[in-house]
Design a protein around this ligand. Structure first.
Ligand SMILES: C[S@@+](CC[C@H](N)C(=O)[O-])C[C@H]1O[C@@H](n2cnc3c(N)ncnc32)[C@H](O)[C@@H]1O
Ligand code: SF4
Length: 520
């Protein structure tokens, strides 16, 4: 069980549109998120607890799967442990505008007729059809943004000399999706660059025919404006979320590598000029653009544009969660001054979207203050970071237990490690592990140690999965992987091992820790 503290739960309830006595999050009740590997998730944050996987399962089976129901039950009980760790962290730190708030809004915004036409069918399911579909179907992209990775951008893979990731979704997917598209109220596209992937155009064209009045949102890098894009936005009148991480030309182009700032701002105007089409901005709040954010907010506020922040947790060299206390304090000062300046404005100088943007600034300020508090709790050299000090401690304790089990499988010691000895012991265990365990046995031992993390006995079929993981890990260097895994939520590992194809799992592990890139 991973619950909010009573104080955090009360603050969360007070800040929710629907008030108290709701599931901790509506995502698995309302939404399906399709990732680039074929995993179907409740949202983009919980990449741990998949509801199912395409194409091995039908979309209808995924929506009513046992795993979807498990997540619904957990959140109804206020339990964030099935992969909702990051939202637990954000909410605990006082950021109530984290991704889960979007699903509250979605429930509120769903037209009454939709609920009448689609009555709840079961207590744990609520809706016979998802109200929202989110698509991150393809990694085709023309940019190599510095905070992004080859798991989202084919251009980055190309620059790194890697093959493109396979495209999982094709015409059959669009055919199976059609009845879902007829019933949905909200559809969101991410990527890759959504205006480059044929499957997105196929879905958008079905929407134009069967459900042109549904709410569509497309998150784009803003580099593409052509006749096909124009035709689609004229029919569907979507919200276009343009990702912009710098205001100055230099700031913008040093992060969004390959894009022209001038062209993207020109395209912003094209989108805004389509009648009924809303434009908003998405900004990654990170170490590289702390000082660009004030001008971006001023630009959004004075042009009546909504602006949202992406919390960047990886890569570490971009994430403020990994910054030193001094740097975090500086970011907090810059954003507090911005908040003060913008709060002192009145309409018409501060538009309605501008007022809502103030809450978004408060959200990233809360995250930054939480990270600052966590810096006081860190042992030097440890790579375990979290947006709340208590979550960091919990995670460290979990990993100490894992390592003591790992140590036990390696050289028969079952002593639990003390917190102080953790870093020393990590290095020692890994060295011993390499020295004492033959390369062909390492992966199996690691897998068994991880298996013990599950708080129940594993079924024979699940143990088979660990054998498969062992086989997959055996082909790569085990020790670096253990190091990487200490930064991952243990639940991802146990859950992923039990439920995923080992090759897909290995890809997902890698996607958490993409190789360091030379950003020059
Ligand atoms: C992966 S992009 C796909 C859509 C489109 N290519 C774009 O850039 O808007 C979706 C969103 O994720 C953001 N993003 C990229 N790297 C990120 C990271 N490391 N952490 C958080 N958000 C990130 C982007 O800025 C963008 O707003
Ligand atoms: S445009 Fe989007 S998908 Fe492409 S590299 Fe940048 S953030 Fe990644």
């Amino acid at each position: 069980m991973l619950k909010l503290s009573p104080q955090a739960a009360a603050a969360h309830a007070a800040n929710r549109v629907g008030g108290p006595n709701q599931p901790a999050c509506y995502a698995p009740f309302t939404s399906m998120y399709f990732d680039q590997f074929g995993n179907v998730l409740a949202c983009c944050i919980n990449t741990i607890h998949t509801m199912g996987s395409y194409p091995s399962q039908s979309l209808a089976d995924i929506w009513s799967s046992e795993r979807a129901r498990d997540l619904r039950s957990a959140l109804t009980a206020g339990d964030f442990s099935l992969g909702c760790h990051d939202c637990h962290s954000s909410i605990s730190s006082g950021n109530f505008n984290a991704v889960n708030a979007m699903f509250d809004q979605q429930v509120i915004d769903t037209p009454a007729e939709w609920v009448v036409e689609n009555p709840p069918v079961a207590e744990d399911q609520r809706d016979p059809w998802p109200r929202m579909l989110e698509f991150a179907l393809s990694t085709r992209c023309n940019l190599t943004c510095t905070m992004c990775s080859g798991y989202f951008s084919s251009a980055i893979r190309k620059a790194e000399g890697l093959e493109p990731l396979p495209e999982v979704y094709g015409d059959e997917f669009v055919t199976e999706l059609r009845p879902f598209l007829e019933h949905v109220t909200d559809v969101r596209f991410y990527g890759g660059e959504p205006f480059l992937a044929p499957v997105n155009f196929a879905i958008l064209e079905v929407l134009c025919q069967v459900n042109p009045s549904c709410n569509v949102s497309i998150t784009t890098n803003g580099t593409i404006w052509n006749q096909r894009v124009q035709q689609i936005v004229e029919v569907l009148k979507p919200t276009i979320v343009v990702s912009i991480d710098g205001f100055s030309t230099e700031g913008f182009e040093s992060i969004r590598v390959g894009a022209s700032r001038e062209k993207v701002f020109e395209n912003l105007k094209h989108f805004s000029q389509v009648e009924g089409c809303q434009v908003s901005l998405a900004v990654c709040a990170m170490r590289q653009n702390v000082h660009e954010i004030p001008d971006l907010v001023r630009f959004a506020n004075s042009n009546s544009l909504h602006l949202g922040f992406n919390v960047v947790r990886y890569p570490q060299d971009h994430s403020l969660s990994s910054a030193a206390a001094e740097e975090l304090s500086e970011a907090i000062t810059v954003w507090e001054e911005l908040l003060q300046e913008q709060s002192s404005l009145e309409a018409p100088l501060l538009s309605q979207p501008g007022q809502e943007n103030l809450r978004r600034i408060e959200g990233i300020l809360s995250e930054a203050r939480g990270w600052l508090a966590a810096t006081a709790d860190q042992t030097s050299g440890l790579e375990i970071r979290s947006s709340s000090a208590s979550a960091a401690r919990d995670r460290r304790r979990d990993w100490m237990e894992l390592l003591s089990k790992l140590a036990a499988t390696t050289y028969n010691s079952d002593a639990l490690l003390t917190e102080e000895a953790f870093e020393l012991e990590l290095t020692r265990v890994l060295a011993e592990f390499d020295q004492k365990v033959a390369p062909q046995n390492r992966a199996g031992q690691l897998a068994l140690a991880i298996a013990e993390f599950s708080d129940r006995s594993l079924l024979p079929a699940e143990l088979d999965r660990f054998d498969q993981l062992a086989a997959t890990l055996a082909t790569s260097a085990v020790t670096p992987r253990i190091r990487l895994m200490t930064g991952l939520p243990p639940a991802l590992i146990v859950d992923g091992v039990i439920n995923m194809d080992p090759k897909v799992l290995a890809l997902r592990f890698d996607s958490y820790f993409p190789p360091e890139r030379n950003h020059q």
